[in-house]
Design a protein around this ligand. Structure first.
Ligand SMILES: *Cc1c(COP(=O)(O)O)cnc(C)c1O
Length: 389
């Protein structure tokens, strides 16, 4: 068993072998030559940017996708030489740094294009842009009507290089009916034709997030943007079901969750029957109750809406949360678990013994998605890599 000694109150463990497994699984699913770009925005979906980038480098990710310039510059400051696509808006004051650090920039507005033209000429340094196409998600992206003007302006620039065109699906993970995704694909292809006609024979194309990578090889094109599933999480239940039907595979074992969230028992106490526990007195004991107080709470990202809803694992058994989750403390019922001691390890998310708590199950309890459960884990918690090869 991997039981690193830790002095932390609460921390995250990242399973290296699980990450390696997931990455090689996806490498096998994409065609040779297709770029495997891992999406590490939002602190690598809460897993920790630094350790995940370490693993992504070690296990052969081809490039990175981030949301912000700041994230891209952080990767560069760590010596990451691979391509980095900034998918979100970059303020005009940051464009020069983007050029200097040879980033790939998502392009979806004219002002940015004008500024990039000026800056790249002034610095005599090229900048690669990925034109984001609006195909029906109505988030970032330019419409077919705007395309002609963009192409005209792009032709007049000297050092702005149109490297790729891309789009993002609206509901590929929300349904087992993928007709809208294919409507978006058709719109994408139509706009791509217009770009190619304007003379970009080397143009790369990309559309695929995790669900698309898993379900539809025809969405892969030259690059896939692999987010949540590199971490061993399914984009949704619908994606899992669609995958299973398509591939006739058993179980969820094709992906292996990377993250385990742990804490340690801070205090143990007996609570008499008919006493109430915690703020607001929302839980009343019905029997003599053994309570463990855990040094983790909503400030760490353990959502307060899990109060009286979720459970944690101690000695491989379920200990239900009693009362409200506090800012830095949570109380759990260990009456039926024998021999628990102060300092004993507790799992909030992940496996322990035969039991496990998934990000999906926590998400279901509070009406959100697994993405939000992991992404909201406080970035300041320590992250360590376990199960190294
Ligand atoms: C976050 C994001 C992705 C990754 O999506 P997953 O479902 O996590 O794989 C891909 N493309 C864009 C544009 C994104 O914003």
């Amino acid at each position: 068993m991997n039981q690193p000694t830790t002095d932390w109150l609460t921390w995250i463990e990242l399973d290296e072998q699980a990450y390696a497994h997931n990455l090689s699984f996806f490498r096998e699913r994409i065609a040779p030559g297709t770029e495997l770009a891992v999406v590490v925005k939002a602190n690598a979906y809460g897993h920790g940017l630094r350790p995940i980038v370490t693993l992504a480098e070690k296990y052969g990710a081809d490039s990175y996708c981030v949301h912000s310039l700041e994230e891209a510059l952080t990767l560069r400051s760590w010596g990451i030489k691979k391509d980095i696509l900034v998918m979100g808006p970059v303020p005009s004051s940051g464009l020069e740094e983007a050029v200097v650090h040879n980033l790939r920039l998502a392009l979806f507005n004219r002002e940015t294009l004008e500024l990039l033209d000026q800056i790249s000429r002034r610095l005599q340094k090229p900048i690669r842009v990925h034109l984001k196409l609006e195909t029906g998600t109505y988030r970032l992206g330019i419409t077919q009507e705007e395309l002609a003007l963009f192409l005209e302006r792009l032709h007049q620039t000297t050092l702005v290089q149109l490297e790729a065109a891309y789009t993002h699906f609206a509901n590929i993970e929300d349904t087992t009916d993928h007709s809208y995704a294919f409507t978006q694909m058709a719109r994408f292809q139509q706009m791509v034709k217009l770009i190619q006609k304007a003379g970009y024979p080397q143009l790369k194309l990309h559309t695929a997030c995790s669900a698309a990578v898993l379900l539809f090889p025809e969405t892969h094109f030259h690059l896939v943007r692999l987010g949540v599933s590199q971490y061993g999480l399914w984009p949704s239940r619908e994606t899992y079901l669609s995958y299973k039907i398509k591939h006739n595979r058993q179980g969820m074992t094709v992906l292996r969750p990377v993250l385990t969230w742990k804490t340690k028992v801070g205090q143990i106490k007996s609570v008499p029957p008919k006493e109430t526990i915690g703020y607001g007195r929302t839980y009343q004991t019905s029997r003599l109750t053994q309570l463990a107080v855990l040094p983790v709470g909503y400030a760490d990202g353990y959502d307060r809406r899990l109060s009286n809803q979720s459970y944690v694992l101690i000695r491989g058994r379920r200990a239900p949360v009693r009362g409200r989750i506090c800012m830095n403390l949570t109380m759990v019922d260990i009456t039926d678990i024998q021999g628990v001691r102060v300092g004993e390890e507790v799992v909030l998310l992940g496996h322990q013994g035969q039991e496990s708590i998934s990000a999906e199950s926590l998400a279901a309890l509070i009406g959100t998605i697994n993405y939000e459960i992991v992404t909201r884990i406080n970035p300041s918690l320590p992250r360590i890599i376990i199960n190294s090869n």
